[in-house]
Design a protein around this ligand. Sequence first.
Ligand SMILES: Cc1ncc(COP(=O)(O)O)c(C=O)c1O
Length: 431
Amino acid sequence: MTHDMAKLFALREHDHYAIHRRHLNEQMVRVLKAIGYDVGFCSGKGQYLYDRDGNRYLDLLSGFGVFAIGRNHPALCEALKSVLDSDLPNLVQMDVSTLAGILAERLLAHVPYLDKVCFVNSGSETVEAAIKFARAATGRPGILYCEHAFHGLSNGALSLNGDDIFREGFEPLLPNCVRIPFNDLIALEKALHSRTIAAFIVEPIQGKGVNVPDDDYLKLAADLCRRHGTLFVADEVQTGLGRTGRFLAVEYWNVEPDMVLLAKTLSGGHVPVGAVLTRKWIFDKVFDRMERAVAHGSTFGTNDLAMAAGIATLDVLKSEQLVEKAAQTGERLLRAFTEMTQRYEFLREARGKGLMIGMELVKDRTDKEPAKKLCDALITRAYHNGLILLSCGQSTVRFMPPLVIDEGDVDEAVALLEQSLTEVLASEHAH
Ligand SMILES: Cc1ncc(COP(=O)(O)O)c(C=O)c1O
């Protein structure tokens, strides 16, 4: 029996599809085979992945956004190894965690209007906590969410999912969850009117489709919520911690939410973690007496490895100025994509902020019908040319690279995308 995981990986990597077909998600293996995504990745460093033949891929997906500081960043690895090497008193439970205190202090320094943190294990769990906290704080049952929203797939988070494909087969979900269109203040005000709504939970920029709201939307939405006694909760699980070129995306619009939800990037890509940042009065309604000291939480919430990953990630974001860098490289990428949309009739629009960018493909610009087949073909072709991408929404290519990409990577991504597009069009003509 070896405890050397790299050796074990090398030993079994060749039949990882077979093991998954047998014991894990067979449909996922079928999808990967169908689209030719079966090269066998063997290592990852920074913004790159390498397959078993040593080919390099530029990763514009970053594990759904968890590798903001790049894969296997030396500072992160050092922090995690230091925890394992030091026999720290992890998860005593009848104690409070020192590393959790440090991480909370450092997170809150970025959001001076918030006072408290609750650590959990994933993005979905931050949403579950936000639903509970909002209900406890307001005494109201209702939760508002948006069409096309994605807040995770656990039961409460799924109740706020704006796409039926994820909900199918799992209903009935949580009652009192009300769906409204994104970027629609009139619908929001109408829904708030009942004064039964505990919280409006919203992504500042929606991941599914990379939908950016009008400039005044979030500010006015937060004001409306405040006037109706409803908490305004920003789900920054994807947009937070530099992704959009600001520490939080809400900073673009000077919004101060009652709760901010973080996960993904905070993990450094290695140790699952989520953080709910909130106002003191909300926290105090949940944990309102000694018997309620454990009213919400989770066994692993403040585990040392997760806290160390968070601390190291914040350090790297700061020391490498990755938030500012994301704003600059994102601008370069968006400019190049926008220029591309002017040359191809079916590229309707490139949109986004920082390094969260979407390019929407349509059959025809006038009727805006989604070009789903073209989008899928482009993503598959790009993969064979060394670019890892994903689609989102109906027919939008999503770009969510590690924040460490440089100008050379941006230029390479644009060139490879255009090459892939040309090849897809040529093969369509040939058929
Ligand atoms: C905005 C948002 N919220 C919540 C989640 C759920 O996070 P997790 O997959 O860590 O549960 C996601 C995941 O993609 C997300 O993008």
